[in-house]
Design a protein around this ligand. Structure first.
Ligand SMILES: Nc1ncnc2c1ncn2[C@@H]1O[C@H](COP(=O)(O)OP(=O)(O)OP(=O)(O)O)[C@@H](O)[C@H]1O
Ligand SMILES: [Mg+2]
Length: 328
């Protein structure tokens, strides 16, 4: 799933994260997830609530213990590295969260929240000022904003600062978990443009988690669509979005209201049927009970993620490797 011309920054191999559930049952939050994030790119994870997006980000940063499989960061298997030895690895990773108001200590001025990590990591005051000044430029904020408390800034301003703070120590990898979901649409666009500018300027590598297909299409180089703990469709964003194949991905896309689509009289794909949970994962394809194109085999055998064209994989019995499609 990686762009072979560039080195991989971080990858997961057959990653599983199971949580114990009541009555001796198991919740399979991640079930055999393999993705590779190429250095200097933004990799999008998209899917409905509860499909395992945040769990994937946390496992990649080892903020959650891994049940099975591995995480390889800069060529090193960090899956079972003891917490003490993770300290140095974690200094190369950063996270940006959904709610910028809870990302900053409300009692501290922004300047302190930005300067303190630099001081702790041995940056001189001059280096710190230079670095902060440079980043402020990219996020279009001035020194004045640094002298304020978090509640004196807007959500958009704070999220720009949270992204700048994540970049202060030049991390190798950033997980941004729904960084624009809590903001209104006009502000979302600003933040996305800031992320794209910073990617360009700093060759930033990011896992961008979202439930919004259009945002992912706009900002990500690669994408993986998740359903109930597994990847159902993945690849190069431009290739995947030109030819969405998995019935679940198509339904996610068609759920987005658009003036153009209404003009063309496009139909929304409404998913019906029972929504299985990650506790009682059904046999066969996890999506079968909601799938408008379900076949007999789908209820019996779990489909494997196969390459159907260059830069495009899909896990669906209708799309065997090589792209010969089975008609409904
Ligand atoms: N610490 C935990 N203990 C038990 N179950 C958990 C834990 N964290 C997550 N889960 C479960 O794992 C599944 C995946 O959760 P996760 O938070 O990764 O989903 P998500 O895709 O990020 O959803 P959202 O879009 O709502 O943020 C869910 O069923 C959730 O209830
Ligand atoms: Mg989440």
């Amino acid at each position: 799933m990686s762009n072979s011309a560039q080195p991989v920054c971080i990858e997961t191999r057959h990653l599983k994260k199971y949580y114990p559930f009541k009555n001796g049952k198991t919740l399979k939050a991640l079930d055999d997830v393999s993705i590779a994030v190429t250095k200097g790119t933004i990799f999008g994870i998209v899917g409905e609530s509860g499909c395992g997006k945040s769990t994937l980000g946390k496992c990649m940063m080892r903020l959650q213990e891994i049940t099975e499989g591995s995480v390889i960061f800069q060529g090193e298997d960090i899956s079972r590295k003891p917490p003490k030895k993770m300290k140095q690895t974690l200094s190369k990773m950063q996270m940006v969260f959904q709610n910028p108001f809870s990302s900053f200590n409300p009692k501290l001025k922004i300047s302190y929240s930005l300067r303190e990590p630099c001081r702790i990591n041995g940056m001189s005051p001059v280096q710190t000022d230079d670095r902060i000044g440079e980043l402020l430029n990219y996020i279009s904020l001035s020194e004045n904003e640094l002298n304020r408390f978090p509640h004196e800034l807007s959500g958009g301003q704070l999220q720009r600062l949270a992204i700048a703070r994540a970049l202060l120590l030049s991390p190798e990898f950033i997980v941004a978990d729904e960084p624009v979901s809590a903001l209104d649409v006009s502000v979302q666009a600003q933040i996305l443009n800031v992320i794209l500018d910073l990617k360009q300027a700093y060759h930033m590598t990011m896992l961008f988690i979202s439930h919004d297909m259009t945002v992912v299409e706009h900002i990500c180089d690669e994408v993986a669509v998740m359903y109930l703990g597994t990847v159902v469709e993945a690849g190069t964003t431009s290739v995947v979005f030109k030819n969405l194949l998995h019935p679940y991905t198509k339904a996610l896309m068609s759920a987005i209201p658009s003036v153009e689509a209404m003009g063309e009289g496009k139909q929304r794909i409404l998913l019906t049927g029972d929504i299985p949970t990650a506790v009682d994962v059904p046999e066969g394809c996890r999506f079968a009970s909601r799938c408008p194109d379900c076949m007999d085999i789908c209820k019996k055998e779990s489909p494997v993620l196969l390459t159907v064209e260059a830069g495009h994989q899909v896990a669906c019995h209708r799309y065997p490797a090589g792209g010969e499609h089975k008609q409904a």
